[in-house]
Ligand binder design. Sequence first.
Ligand SMILES: *[C@@H]1O[C@H](CO)[C@@H](O)[C@H](O)[C@H]1NC(C)=O
Ligand SMILES: [Fe+2]
Length: 280
Amino acid sequence: MIKIIVLLTTALLACAALAGQPVGVPIKIGTNFWNIRGDFKVLYVVNVHTQMSVIQLPNGKFLLIDTIELTDDLRSALDRMTDSGRKIEAIVGVHPFHTTYFKKFYDAFPSVPFYGTPRHLRNIKDVQWQGDLMNEEVRNRWNPDVEIRIPDGAEFEYPEPESTNHFASAWVYHRPSGTIHIDDTVVYADEDSVALRIFGIHKGDMMFHPSINSGLKQYEKAPYAFRDWVLRVIKEWNFDNIVCAHLGNKLGGAKLKLNQTVTSYEPKFRQWTEERRGKY
Ligand SMILES: *[C@@H]1O[C@H](CO)[C@@H](O)[C@H](O)[C@H]1NC(C)=O
Ligand SMILES: [Fe+2]
């Protein structure tokens, strides 16, 4: 009983700590790029957040990346930005397991084209999808302002086990604002919280999703394939910000931070490669 009380108190404190960020309102991150935080509770009380982003394209229309709970306030804000949805170019699901809110967006904006991951198309049958991100033509549709890439070395099409492997997600780079939208693959703690400290996570920490080892494919070359892919992103994309679904956003200095993060995993990449020796 006492244990439960301690746990609940800790979790409530964690919520309070994370409440500094406004939820459900578009926050301008840079030129033509807005991020909107959503509530997402683990064990009912620990708010680890989720997100969506809004990108204005050169044609004046708006690309919505991922979805969060569509409250009345958020609906009004999006209606104002997009002329009641008429200026929404498309809505794109980038994380196989961020699926909950697409139906509601589809009901609200039924004539907007929806794109998703293969799992979105398999599982959410009441949305009429126009295509999936395995299709290179879909990923490149909004070039050069927007570039979408799928990590190497990680399972994106059929991630398993479904209950825990939430590692892979398509990364969306918006060139004019120097921002990458990443769901789950990368986690950044932008606030201190008691609950997170129990897990050894402090403000300013960036890490890969805890399911990284099971998320990486089970063959020898997978861990370094992922690392090299991240290094290519660092080299080829000129970014300063990363917006992360969980826990918060790294605004300014994100390239250096991601580089430090990937470097700090070197012993783990080596260990995970060792564990996969001989598997192809
Ligand atoms: C990333 O880190 C490596 C090694 O720590 C360093 O050699 C490289 O210059 C860094 N790159 C960037 C873009 O910071
Ligand atoms: Fe997630």
